[in-house]
Design a protein around this ligand. Structure first.
Ligand SMILES: Nc1ncnc2c1ncn2[C@@H]1O[C@H](COP(=O)(O)OP(=O)(O)O)[C@@H](O)[C@H]1O
Ligand SMILES: [Mg+2]
Length: 397
C-alpha cells in the first residue's frame, strides 16, 4: 500500500477550485509514521492568575497542513496561538518548530507570522506601504521590496488598490491587505486568528476558498483559530476541538463530524439529536438500546458500544433522519412517531422539529430536492421519523 503523501500536490491553474477535495483527501502526513511534524506542542500549559487558559495541550502540525483550532469563545485558542507566535510565555511544556525549542526566541525571530483578528493595518500608510512594512524592517533592499510587494498585490488581486489608504477599502479588501502583509516575508507558517470574523456571510464563504487556494499556492502551513464550525470544516485538513483550555478531539473534518469523541464535540459541530439510552443487549454487529425518556427502542451498530446495562448516548444528525406522513415499512429498525412542533424553511433545506409523546424534541433536516411536493408536511401533522442502524453514533461521555 502506498504511503500518504506528506506534501500537498500543486493544483493546475485550470483545475484549482475543483481539485481541492482531491488534493485534500490524499494529503495525510499524520498517518505516516516517518513524517516529521513542523510544530509540536508538548504538554503546554498557560495560566493567567488562578485561571488556566491552556491545559496540558499536545498537538502536532505537519508541513503544508491547514490546521484549525475550533472552540467557543474563551476556550484558549488565541492564547495557544500567541504562545507559538512568541507573544505569551509558557507555564509548562514546550513548543518546537522544525525540531528546535522556541523557548526564549522573540516573536520576530520565529519563522511564523500572525494575522490579527482586527487586521491592525497602519491607517496612515497606503496598501503597498502596509505590505512593505515588515520587509523594510528586515532591511530588504528597495528593488526586492518593490518586486515582493507587486507579487503580493497580484496574489491577493489588489493591484489596482496599491495607492489607497485602508479607510478607502472595503472590509474584504482590508482583509486581503492584512493577509498580503502577513505572508510578504514568506514565513514558514501563517497564524490566522479569526481571519474572517469581520466579513459578512457571503464574502466569508468566498474568502474561505481564496484562503485555501492561497495556502496551496504558497505551500505554506496555516494555523487558523475560529469559533465557527462550518469555517473550520470547509477549510481545514484537520481540526482540534477545544473546550476550557483542553483539546477534546483532533481529526479530519469528516471524522470529528461523523465520529465525535463525546457529546460536547457532537453538539459543537452542527445540530445533533442526543438520546440518553440504556444498552439492552449486544448481538454483533447490532446493539439494542432503549431510550431513558421515552422507552423507544433503537437498533444501531455496536461499534465502541459498552456491555448491556451501561448508560450511553445515541447521537443522530438531523440530516440522517427521515420524516414522512405515512408509517415506514415494517423492516425499518428505528421508528419514532410524533407531531410537528416547528418548521424552519431555509430554501435549500427544511428543518422540522418533531415532538415525541414524552415531550422530547427531535430535529430532522430534509433537502428540498423538488420544487413542488404533492402534500407538504405542515404544522401539527402527525409524522414518522426513522433512521438506519448506521446513522447514529453511540457515545459514552
Ligand atoms: N492577557 C490575559 N490576561 C488574563 N486573562 C487572559 C489573558 N488572555 C486571555 N485570558 C483568558 O484566558 C482564557 C482564554 O482566552 P483566549 O485564548 O483569548 O480564548 P479564545 O481565543 O478561545 O476566545 C479566557 O478566559 C481569557 O479571559
Ligand atoms: Mg480568540
Amino acid at each position: 500500500m502506498s504511503r500518504p503523501p506528506t506534501v500537498k500536490p500543486p493544483r493546475s491553474e485550470a483545475g484549482r477550485r475543483l481539485n481541492i477535495g482531491a488534493v485534500r483527501s490524499s494529503f495525510a502526513p499524520w498517518n505516516d509514521p516517518d513524517a516529521t511534524p513542523l510544530v509540536r506542542f508538548e504538554g503546554v500549559t498557560k495560566r493567567f492568575g488562578d485561571q488556566t487558559a491552556v491545559r496540558d495541550v499536545s498537538l502536532d502540525i505537519y508541513p503544508g497542513e491547514f490546521f484549525a483550532l475550533l472552540g467557543p469563545s474563551g476556550c484558549g485558542k488565541t492564547t495557544l496561538m500567541r504562545m507559538l507566535a512568541g507573544f505569551e510565555s509558557l507555564d509548562a511544556g514546550r513548543i518546537t518548530l522544525a525540531g528546535e525549542d522556541l523557548a526564549g526566541a522573540p516573536p520576530h525571530r520565529r519563522p511564523v507570522n500572525m494575522m490579527f483578528q482586527s487586521y491592525a493595518l497602519f491607517p496612515h500608510m497606503t496598501v503597498e506601504q502596509n505590505i512593505a512594512f515588515g520587509l523594510k524592517q528586515d532591511g530588504m533592499d528597495r528593488k526586492a521590496i518593490d518586486a515582493r510587494v507587486a507579487e503580493m498585490l497580484a496574489l491577493v488581486k489588489l493591484e489596482a488598490f496599491a495607492r489607497r489608504k485602508p479607510d478607502q477599502l472595503s472590509g474584504g479588501q482590508k482583509q486581503r491587505v492584512a493577509l498580503a502583509r502577513a505572508v510578504a516575508r514568506k514565513p514558514t507558517m501563517l497564524l490566522l486568528d479569526e481571519p474572517l470574523g469581520a466579513l459578512d456571510k457571503k464574502l466569508r464563504e468566498e474568502t474561505q476558498f481564496e484562503l485555501m487556494d492561497l495556502q496551496v499556492q504558497l505551500g505554506m502551513t496555516f494555523l487558523i483559530v475560529t469559533h465557527d464550525q462550518e469555517e473550520a470544516m470547509v477549510m481545514a485538513d484537520r481540526i482540534a476541538v477545544m473546550r476550557e483550555g483542553e483539546i477534546v478531539q483532533i481529526g479530519r473534518p469528516e471524522e470529528v463530524y461523523e465520529s465525535p469523541a463525546n457529546r460536547y464535540v457532537a453538539a459543537f459541530l452542527g445540530d445533533v439529536n442526543l438520546f440518553e439510552t440504556t444498552v439492552e443487549a449486544i448481538a454483533h454487529p447490532m446493539a439494542h438500546l432503549t431510550a431513558t425518556e421515552t422507552d423507544a427502542g433503537f437498533y444501531v451498530l455496536d461499534d465502541d458500544c459498552p456491555a448491556a446495562g451501561a448508560t450511553v448516548w445515541l447521537a443522530v444528525r438531523p440530516e440522517k433522519m427521515r420524516i414522512s406522513l405515512d408509517p415506514p415499512s415494517a423492516d425499518v429498525k428505528n421508528v419514532l412517531a410524533g407531531e410537528i412542533w416547528d418548521i424552519g424553511y431555509t430554501g435549500d433545506w427544511t428543518n422540522y422539529i418533531v415532538e415525541l409523546p414524552g415531550g422530547t424534541l427531535v430535529r430532522v433536516a430534509r433537502a428540498n430536492d423538488r420544487r413542488v411536493v404533492e402534500r407538504p408536511i405542515d404544522w401539527d401533522d402527525k409524522v414518522w421519523v426513522s433512521f438506519d442502524p448506521d446513522a447514529g453514533v453511540v457515545l459514552t461521555s
